[in-house]
Write a protein that binds this ligand. Structure first.
Ligand code: HEM
Length: 505
C-alpha cells in the first residue's frame, strides 16, 4: 500500500514538474502542440495515423507547427513550396548526425561520428558512387541473371508440384519477399553454398517487425528476443565469413576494404555496418515490389499497357527464350519503359511514408520563402512529411487512386505538377530529398523494373477472387515504404512456349 502511494505521489510530482517546467512557445517560434502527457506528448496520436493527425494540425495551425513526440520537439513543414528552404540549409539543419545516432543505436555499432574513425563518414559517402553510373550497369546485369534464376526455379518447381493443371496460387507478399531478398542479397553480397538465406530472411523479418519500436527509442531489453536476433544477424556478417563469399559487388567490396583500414573498428562493428546496409537495401525494396505488382495485377488496363511495353522493348523472341536461357535487359532498355517507371512511381507515391528529418545544429532563424521566417532551437528536429504532398488533391487528381500513367506525358516522363497554379518541384519524394537522398535509389528503381519485367515475361498473373483490397500497415509510417497489413493471394501460370501450345490444343 505504502509502495503504491509512493509511486502515485512520484507520478503526480513528475506531472506537476513537467507542467511547470515544460517548454513554452517563444516569439517567432511556430505554434507549439505538446499534449498533456509528459514526455510522450502526441506520440500515440502520431503513431496511430500520422497523416490524419498532421493534416488536422495543419488545418488548425497552418503549414508549420512544432509537436512534442516522445521527448522530441519536431517542427513539421507541410507545404511543398517551403521544402527547398529546409533542403538548402544543410549546415544548420543536419541529416547525418541524426541518421548516425539512430542507425548506430538500432544496429548496435559505435557511431561513425564518435571521433574514433577520422574521415570514415566521408569515405562511406564517396563509396555510394558505386551504386550509380557505370557500376550500376554491372549491378543491373548481375541482378537480371539472379532474378531469372530464382524466378525460373520458383515457377518451374511450383509447376511440377502443382495439382490443378495450369494455375497455381500463392501469397503475394511472401512471393515478393522470397524473390527480392535472395536476389538483392546475392547481387550485393555475393554467394556461397554455406549461406542459409532462408534463415537470414526469417531473422531479418523478425528484427524488421520490431524496428519501428527501436526507432521510437524503446529499450531493446523490453523487446523480447530482439537483442538475441540482432546479434545473430550481426554475426552473419563477420569479416571472416564474408571473405568466403564469392563475387560481392564493387560497392560491398569497397566497404569491406574501407572498414579494414580502421584499426579502431572492431570486427563486430564492421559486421553491424554490413547488416545495416542489408537492411537499407531490402527493407524498402521488398514492400515496394509488392505494391508495384499488386497495383498492376489489380488493374487490367495497367497490366496490359505495361506488359505490351515490356514485350515491345525486350522483343517476342527473348520472351520465348526466357525459360531456356538468360536474356539481357540493359539499363538503357529499362529507361525506355515509361509506363513501367510511372507505375512504380505511382506505387511509391501511394505507399511511401518517409519523413525527411533534419536536426537543428544551433538556435537560428529559418527563412521560409519570401513571406515569413521561424525561430528554431538547437537540437530540435525539422521534418518534411512528403505523404501530405503525395496525397494532395490539388497536385494529384483523385490522389487515392492508382493511375499507372500518372507520370507519363506525350510518351515521356511527366515532371510538371501544379498546386494553386504554381509548379511543384518536390512532388514525389520516396527517396528523401537534397544531398541526403537515398544513394541506392537508381539501383532500387532498376531492381523493381527488372522484377516486374521478368515476372510478367514468365507468367500470367491474376488476383484471386473474393478478397479484401490490400491495406497499408500504418504503424511503420515515417520509416519508408509501408508493407501490406493483410494477406493477398494471386494466381499465376507460366508462359512457357510449349505450355501455350498445349493450352491451344
Ligand atoms: C524502394 C526502395 C528504397 C527506398 C524507398 C529508399 C528510401 C530511402 C530514404 C527515404 C532514405 C533517407 C533519405 C533522407 O532522409 O533524405 C534512404 C537512405 C538510404 N538508403 Fe535507401 N531506399 C530504397 C532502397 C535502397 C537500396 C536498394 C539501397 C542500397 C543498395 C539503399 C541504401 C540507402 C542508404 C545507405 C541510406 C542512408 C544514406 C545516408 O545515411 O547517407 N536504399 N533510403
Amino acid at each position: 500500500m505504502e509502495c503504491l502511494l509512493t509511486i502515485f505521489l512520484g507520478f503526480i510530482s513528475m506531472l506537476l514538474f513537467c507542467m511547470f517546467c515544460s517548454r513554452k512557445r517563444k516569439d517567432g517560434e511556430p505554434p507549439l502542440i505538446k499534449g498533456w502527457i509528459p514526455f510522450l506528448g502526441k506520440a500515440l496520436e502520431f503513431r496511430k495515423n500520422s497523416q490524419q493527425f498532421l493534416s488536422q494540425l495543419q488545418q488548425e495551425h497552418g503549414d508549420v507547427f512544432t509537436v512534442l513526440i516522445a521527448g522530441k520537439y519536431i517542427t513539421f513543414i507541410m507545404n511543398p513550396f517551403l521544402y527547398s528552404s529546409v533542403i538548402k540549409h544543410g549546415k544548420q539543419l543536419d541529416f547525418h548526425r541524426f541518421s548516425d545516432s539512430a542507425a548506430s543505436r538500432s544496429f548496435n555499432y559505435t557511431p561513425v561520428q564518435s571521433g574514433l574513425f577520422p574521415g570514415m563518414s566521408d569515405h562511406i559517402q564517396r563509396s555510394y558512387s558505386l551504386l550509380k553510373g557505370p557500376d550500376l550497369d554491372l549491378l543491373t546485369s548481375s541482378m537480371m541473371t539472379k532474378l531469372q534464376q530464382v524466378l525460373r526455379c520458383r515457377f518451374l518447381s511450383s509447376e511440377e508440384s502443382g495439382s490443378d493443371g495450369d494455375w497455381q496460387e500463392a501469397e503475394l507478399y511472401e512471393f515478393c519477399k522470397c524473390v527480392m531478398f535472395r536476389t538483392t542479397f546475392n547481387t550485393l553480397y555475393g554467394h556461397s553454398e554455406k549461406l542459409c538465406l532462408d534463415q537470414l530472411r526469417e531473422d531479418f523479418e523478425k528484427f524488421d517487425g520490431i524496428f519501428p519500436l527501436l526507432m521510437a527509442r524503446v529499450p531493446i531489453a523490453l523487446l523480447g528476443k530482439t537483442k538475441e536476433i540482432r546479434e545473430k544477424l550481426i554475426r552473419f556478417f563477420y569479416p571472416q565469413r564474408m571473405e568466403e563469399w564469392r563475387a560481392p559487388c564493387k560497392f560491398i567490396q569497397k566497404r569491406m576494404e574501407l572498414f579494414q583500414q580502421y584499426d579502431t573498428l572492431q570486427d563486430r562493428d564492421k559486421a553491424a555496418h554490413h547488416f545495416a546496409m542489408m537492411w537499407a537495401a531490402v527493407g524498402n525494396t521488398i514492400p515496394a515490389a509488392f505494391w508495384c505488382l499488386y497495383h498492376l495485377i489489380s488493374c487490367p488496363e495497367a497490366l496490359e499497357a505495361v506488359r505490351a511495353e515490356i514485350i515491345s522493348v525486350v522483343g517476342e523472341k527473348n520472351m520465348k527464350l526466357i525459360f531456356e536461357e538468360d536474356i539481357t535487359i540493359t539499363r538503357q532498355q529499362l529507361e525506355q519503359m515509361v509506363n513501367l517507371e510511372s507505375s512504380i512511381n505511382e506505387s511509391l507515391r501511394l505507399s511511401s511514408v518517409s519523413m525527411n528529418i533534419r536536426v537543428v545544429q544551433e538556435d537560428f532563424c529559418l527563412r521560409l520563402g519570401d513571406q515569413h521566417s521561424i525561430n528554431l532551437r538547437k537540437d530540435d528536429i525539422v521534418a518534411l512529411y512528403p505523404e501530405s504532398t503525395h496525397l494532395d488533391p490539388e497536385i494529384y487528381d483523385q490522389p487515392q487512386r492508382f493511375r499507372f500513367d500518372r507520370f507519363v506525358e506525350d510518351g515521356k516522363e511527366k515532371t510538371d505538377f501544379y498546386k494553386c497554379g504554381q509548379k511543384v518541384r518536390y512532388y514525389l519524394m520516396p527517396f528523401g530529398s537534397g544531398a541526403t537522398q537515398c544513394p541506392g535509389r537508381f539501383f532500387a528503381m532498376n531492381e523493381l523494373k527488372q522484377f516486374v519485367c521478368v515476372t510478367l515475361l514468365m507468367c500470367e498473373m491474376q488476383l484471386s477472387e473474393n478478397q479484401q483490397e490490400a491495406m497499408l500497415d500504418k504503424s511503420r509510417a515515417g520509416l519508408g515504404v509501408m508493407p501490406p497489413v493483410n494477406q493477398i493471394t494471386f494466381k499465376y501460370r507460366t508462359k512457357k512456349p510449349g505450355d501455350n501450345m498445349k493450352r491451344e490444343e
